[in-house]
Design a protein around this ligand. Structure first.
Ligand SMILES: Nc1ncnc2c1ncn2[C@@H]1O[C@H](COP(=O)(O)OP(=O)(O)OP(=O)(O)O)[C@@H](O)[C@H]1O
Ligand SMILES: O=C(O)c1ccc[n+]([C@@H]2O[C@H](COP(=O)([O-])O)[C@@H](O)[C@H]2O)c1
Length: 202
């Protein structure tokens, strides 16, 4: 394994929470704890993005975002990593393909807040994401019904795993996705930036 990359053993169930984390906040920590517990994961990696391909404005420098994320989430089973910058990927489909090649036998699960269901069909090769890894979707304040009726959700409706079977998500054969209802935390990085509590430039 290359220096600086997190470790995982074949058979381990690893959730991947990609994000700008600009900055990280309690909403990220909350869905991570819920995903660990309810999807029965061994670990969660926060993939701190070099920059969301759909966002025109760049985020704060990686080192600042990582340091802030580590202050928010200090948990023995959570790793905060700049792995996408290290392996040179930005699009999720590409990241997942590289991670599967780098970590044979590891059972990855792509994690995301339900807001991402809405625009998911604009992601690069979005179908290949759903076809290649189990996807865990965590409730987020907002348009719950619209999210669950988004193009991606409808196109893959028959592959939705009932929440009662959430613990088996990582070992299910894709395409498979699972929507978890949970107590919601109404917080976002945009709100924190709007309050002036985080600047993108030092
Ligand atoms: N409060 C929250 N509840 C549930 N999911 C969340 C919450 N905040 C963020 N997420 C999810 O965490 C992942 C990373 O989010 P991101 O870093 O973009 O934070 P954000 O608060 O959505 O940022 P921004 O407001 O800048 O768009 C996404 O999948 C997002 O849906
Ligand atoms: O691959 C894509 O086309 C794509 C488009 C939008 C978002 N993503 C990923 O989704 C994750 C959440 O992004 P963000 O900026 O909303 O935190 C992050 O890992 C992004 O790289 C990926």
């Amino acid at each position: 394994m290359r220096a600086g990359l997190p470790r995982a053993r074949p058979g381990q169930r690893v959730g991947l929470l990609g994000g700008s984390f600009d900055p990280a906040h309690e909403g990220h920590a909350h869905i991570t704890r819920q995903a660990l517990k309810r999807f029965g994961l061994d670990a969660v990696w926060w993939l701190v993005s070099p920059g969301n391909p759909l966002k025109s404005e760049g985020p704060a420098p990686m080192a600042r975002r990582i340091a802030a994320a580590r202050r928010v989430m200090d948990h023995p089973r959570v790793t905060i990593t700049d792995i996408e910058a290290r392996i040179g990927t930005r699009y999720t489909a590409e990241t997942l393909a590289r991670l599967r090649a780098l970590y044979p036998g590891v059972r990855f699960v792509w994690l995301m807040g339900a807001d991402n269901l809405l625009g998911f069909d604009r992601w690069e090769s979005w179908r290949s994401i759903l076809d290649s890894v189990p996807v865990g979707v965590l409730a987020r304040p907002g348009q719950g019904l619209a999210q669950r009726q988004s193009r991606a959700a409808l196109a893959y409706a028959r592959h939705r795993l009932p929440a009662e079977q959430a613990r088996s998500l990582a070992t299910q054969r894709p395409p498979v996705w699972c929507y978890l209802s949970l107590p919601k935390i109404d917080i976002s990085s945009s709100q924190i930036r709007a309050l002036g509590q985080w600047q993108r430039t030092p």
